[in-house]
Design a protein around this ligand. Structure first.
Ligand SMILES: [Zn+2]
Length: 137
């Protein structure tokens, strides 16, 4: 088993959060909204090995909920607006935050998986061998 090169965890997570490839920080990680490119368009790094699964929506809901719900409760306690005012404020804000945050969290998680050689990002892993792809250092 080969010794894997150490990768910069925070730089990879930040590149992913910035929707860029965790290896080169130049190529786009996504081809469409949440569709990850099989390979980085700039450096060719294999990105299809990621297994973000349902972690991005979980963290998105967790973070957005911790932003909007306290604000919603504070507004209700301070001003007691009618329900339609609550709907006009919190529904668009919640949707906008989710739309903005979900791809960034998914990108960050893929960057973290790449940095720590998870799943197919580890050339010794069965998934890397199974798909015939490789994840260069
Ligand atoms: Zn790249």
């Amino acid at each position: 088993m080969a010794i894997l090169p150490k990768r910069d965890f925070w730089r990879a997570a930040w590149s992913g959060f910035s929707l860029k490839c965790p290896k080169c920080s130049k190529g786009d990680i996504f081809g469409k909204f949440l569709k990850v490119n099989d390979n980085c368009p700039a450096c060719g790094e294999a990105l299809h090995h990621h297994r973000a699964d349902d972690a991005p929506p979980y963290f998105t809901i967790f973070i957005v909920g911790h932003i909007t719900i306290p604000l919603m409760i504070a507004m209700e306690l301070l001003y007691r607006p009618s329900l339609w005012v609550h709907s006009l404020i919190w529904l668009p804000l919640t949707l906008a935050l989710c739309y903005w945050l979900l791809p960034r969290i998914k990108g960050a998680l893929i960057g973290i998986q790449w940095a720590v050689h998870m799943h197919g990002f580890d050339p010794n892993h069965d998934e890397a061998k199974e798909f015939g792809g490789h994840s260069s250092p």
